[in-house]
Design a protein around this ligand. Structure first.
Ligand SMILES: [Zn+2]
Length: 190
C-alpha cells in the first residue's frame, strides 16, 4: 500500500487552505457525497459508477477526515482525502462481514484502489487510492490513465450514423508550382 501519509509530500492537510486547494466533492448516482483528494477523484468516481452498476447502493460513511489511523498515531489516508468509506454499518472494521458485491475487490483494483476488506485487519467499508507519490497515478493501476478506463461506445448505432471525417495525408508539393518545388528542394538540401 502506498503510504502517502508518511511521505508528507502533500503538505499539512489540516488547514482550511489545504482543503480548499486539494479537495473536491464527488457524488454517486444515488446522491451520496464524499470529499476526496482532487487527483484521486476520477478513480473514486469511476469505481463508484461501476459499483453502482452491479446494483449496489453506496452509502457515504466519509472521505476526507483529518484524523490518525484508528488505534494508531500515523495519519490515516482519510486525512488526505485518499480514502473513502462506504456503508459503515454493514461493513464494520475488524470484521469480514460485508454487503459489497463479490467482485468488489477486482473493481476497486481496476481503479487503483485497495479494498480494506482484503487486509489482515479487515476494513471492508474502506477504499484507498494507491498513488505513488503526490499526484501520481498508481503504478499498479491497469490503466495508465488512472481511474479513467476506456469505455466501450455508449451507442454503436449512433456512432455509425455519425458522418465520417477522414484525414488524408496530402503531399504539399501537389499545391506547389515548379518554382516552389525547386525552392523546397534547395531548402531540404540545406
Ligand atoms: Zn476508511
Amino acid at each position: 500500500m502506498a503510504n502517502w501519509a508518511d511521505t508528507q509530500k502533500l503538505g499539512d492537510s489540516s488547514t482550511a487552505e489545504w482543503q480548499k486547494a486539494n479537495l473536491v466533492e464527488i457524488t454517486s448516482s444515488n446522491g451520496q457525497t464524499w470529499q476526496v483528494y482532487k487527483d484521486a477523484a476520477p478513480a473514486f468516481t469511476g469505481f463508484l459508477q461501476e459499483l453502482e452498476a452491479t446494483g449496489y447502493l453506496p452509502k457515504s460513511s466519509g472521505g476526507y477526515n483529518y484524523r490518525p489511523i484508528r488505534g494508531g498515531t500515523k495519519l490515516s489516508q482519510h486525512a488526505f482525502g485518499n480514502a473513502i468509506d462506504i456503508g459503515a454499518a454493514a461493513n464494520a472494521m475488524g470484521s469480514h462481514a460485508t454487503d459489497m458485491p463479490s467482485g468488489v475487490s477486482d473493481i476497486a483494483a481496476k481503479y487503483g484502489l485497495e479494498w480494506g476488506g482484503n487486509w489482515k485487519r479487515p476494513d471492508p467499508m474502506h477504499f484507498e487510492w494507491t498513488g505513488n507519490g503526490a499526484g501520481q497515478p498508481a503504478a499498479s493501476a491497469p490503466n495508465s490513465f488512472a481511474g479513467i478506463p476506456q469505455q466501450p461506445p455508449q451507442n454503436a448505432l449512433a456512432q455509425v450514423q455519425q458522418p465520417e471525417y477522414k484525414t488524408t495525408q496530402l503531399d504539399p508539393r501537389a499545391f506547389m508550382t515548379p518554382q516552389n518545388q525547386l525552392a523546397l528542394l534547395r531548402i531540404s538540401r540545406g
